[in-house]
Design a protein around this ligand. Sequence first.
Ligand SMILES: Nc1ncnc2c1ncn2[C@@H]1O[C@H](COP(=O)(O)OP(=O)(O)OP(=O)(O)O)[C@@H](O)[C@H]1O
Ligand SMILES: [Mg+2]
Length: 269
Amino acid sequence: MSPERLDGQRGPVDNEEALLQLDSVSRIYPVTRVRALDQVSIAVSAGECVGVVGESGSGKSTLARVAVALERPDTGSVRFDGLDLGTLGGSELRRLRCEFQLLFQDSIAALPSRQTVGRTLREPLLAHRRPEASDPELVARWLARVELSPELEPRYPHELSGGERQRVALARALVLEPRLLVADEPVSSLDPSVRERILHLLVRLQRELGLSVLLISHDLSTVARMASRTVVLDQGQVAEEGPTDLVLRDPRAVATRRLLDPPTTSRVG
Ligand SMILES: Nc1ncnc2c1ncn2[C@@H]1O[C@H](COP(=O)(O)OP(=O)(O)OP(=O)(O)O)[C@@H](O)[C@H]1O
Ligand SMILES: [Mg+2]
């Protein structure tokens, strides 16, 4: 049975250019010669949430890094809003970087350890010389948006719970009001009740801000809650792709079936 969808996200609209378009992207790591991505094509339209699932090592994080231009593909192209990221110069790419953000699984690593929450939220705006950086209400407003108390402003990351930290990381990823959020296992390290609340928050913010989301997880049920379309990766290749409900109801690829029904592991103890 497919889990309840948190939101009826609209699917891709015909004849509309995708906001993010990966065409036949391959990525081979030089030293190990691991082919982490092999001819992967994925499109995300404006306002759409696309899920990417796959087992550990299937290439999900590589895909995330390539999608936000932290890594270049060896072959194929990544286009954002019609612009080929591989052909852009440094300053053009820097300007475009405001438009897409990556949210990591590990918020401890993602947040600067010596910066207060307040500083952490202002910093991206300062770096891009945005006038809102000096708005005295900025931090309180973003904390409220991610359902946190304004009292957290002077705290450091180690003084927050895992769930609070991930909310701050989410706010930091969104302060520049990007059009695309690539979320790599954003809730995997959290316990189930916190996970659920943060998923609800992500859905609400997606709707309010009109965000496109590439939601990456090893867990098909997490992706199914948010994504209208799902792509299944297997050893760097797209094993299956389609409307999430259909992928869940009628999985075609062996890799999808493995994710739906993982082999029972023996318990320790
Ligand atoms: N910097 C790197 N150098 C060499 N090989 C790498 C590098 N990063 C990833 N790989 C390899 O590429 C493949 C895909 O890795 P990736 O991190 O993209 O997988 P993943 O699907 O995100 O896995 P997980 O679910 O465990 O996070 C793996 O075989 C991995 O060992
Ligand atoms: Mg990963």
